[in-house]
Design a protein around this ligand. Structure first.
Ligand code: KG4
Ligand code: ZN
Length: 338
């Protein structure tokens, strides 16, 4: 058994909402005893984005082996678990269905309760993977492939929406720009890498910079595409650096605005784009300026994973108990804002 000693209460968490097949075992103290992520990036790269039907089929092939590995690495057997947590939405319906069906079958077979978890609550709960004693109230920036929103959490599990994107999410903008430049999928890591050796010489627009907490990235994406079309001899590193700088200026301006207005003791940055080293460094500088604690999950737990679903699963299970066994996939699930 890894880590030795008795197994504390543990949840098995499953995440299959998009193109990562993931399972993790998380203790009631948010100790990640195992976290296994099988990325389908290679499968979808040729198409420049996720192909839903291919994703569902790949999840079906992978899920059993991934769950077995997560249990094995944690040294836990199914019937000893406190619960099985699984992402119930938002996401691709077929992909979600594979995770939910697996969780229900395992839970039924082991006699263990099953909890459906909102993927967005999973990302927000990943702040606890940065620091178990997360301070509240908290301002949280959720930046992923599907979402870009600023929320406030007066206490765990309570969400107030400050603002969100009116069009593309930021991860989507990264992915579309990368696809246009022929850099493959996903766009985030490759654009970050190129940006590191380029300069912000192109001064792309910073959309909605002055507008409260609302985001928009579609115009910025179009500005990049227009520039590249008009300048066939463009320097890709400078395009990447200028695009990343525009994105970061927007994100950090809005975070700074929220810290100015609310003065929260903690700022969480979560979601796939929080894996960006540029965002990590710039967010730290903003947090320092306001003497706020920056909560940012380790890079591997910023992009989709099941450990974050395990943390959110624990919180939901302890607050509300098991989910109604009839629960199913909710592709458009939102956060319940107060
Ligand atoms: O949270 P996530 O794994 O999936 C969703 O819930 O959407 O986020 C995926 C997004 C993709 O758009 C990807 O391009 C972006 O996160 N991403 C990054 C980095 N790694 C992944 N963006 C910027 N820098 C990165 N290093
Ligand atoms: Zn996600």
């Amino acid at each position: 058994m890894r880590g030795g000693g008795p197994v504390s209460a543990a949840i098995l968490a499953i995440e299959t909402s998009c193109d990562e097949t993931a399972a993790a075992v998380v203790s009631d103290t948010y100790d990640v005893r195992s976290s296994v992520v099988a990325s389908q990036i290679d499968l979808h790269a040729a198409f420049g984005g996720v192909v839903p039907e291919l994703a569902s089929r790949a999840h079906m092939e992978l899920i059993t082996g991934i769950v077995e590995r997560a249990l094995d690495e944690a040294g836990v057997v199914g019937p000893d678990l406190a619960a099985v947590a699984v992402t119930s939405g938002p996401g691709l319906v077929g992909a979600l269905l594979v995770g939910i069906a697996t969780a229900k079958a395992l839970g039924f077979g082991w006699g263990v309760p099953v909890v459906g978890v909102n993927h967005l609550e999973g990302h927000l709960a990943s702040a606890f993977l940065a620091d178990r004693t997360v301070p509240f109230p908290q301002t949280a920036l959720l930046v992923s492939g599907g979402h870009c929103m600023l929320t406030r959490l007066p206490r765990p599990g309570t969400y107030e929406l400050l603002g969100e994107t009116v069009d593309d999410s930021i991860g989507e903008a990264y992915d579309k720009v990368a696809r246009y430049l022929g850099l493959g999928y996903p766009g985030g890591p490759v654009l970050d890498r190129l940006a590191a050796s380029g300069q912000d010489t192109l001064h792309f627009p910073r959309p909605m910079l002055a507008e409260g907490y609302t985001f928009s990235f579609s115009g910025l994406k179009t500005a990049v595409v227009n520039y590249v079309r008009a300048q066939p001899d463009f320097v890709v590193e400078d395009v990447a650096a200028s695009f990343v700088a525009a994105c970061m200026d927007v994100l950090c301006t809005k975070v700074r605005r929220a810290l100015e207005e609310f003065g929260d003791p903690a700022i969480a940055i979560v979601g796939g784009v929080a894996a960006s080293p540029v965002l990590r460094a710039r967010a730290q500088a903003v947090a320092d300026e306001f003497h706020s604690t920056l909560l940012i999950p380790p890079q591997a737990l910023a992009t989709d994973n099941a450990a974050m679903i395990g943390v959110a699963g624990w919180q939901k299970f302890l607050a509300l108990g098991p989910s109604d066994p009839r629960f199913g996939p909710e592709p458009d699930l939102r956060l319940a804002f107060s």
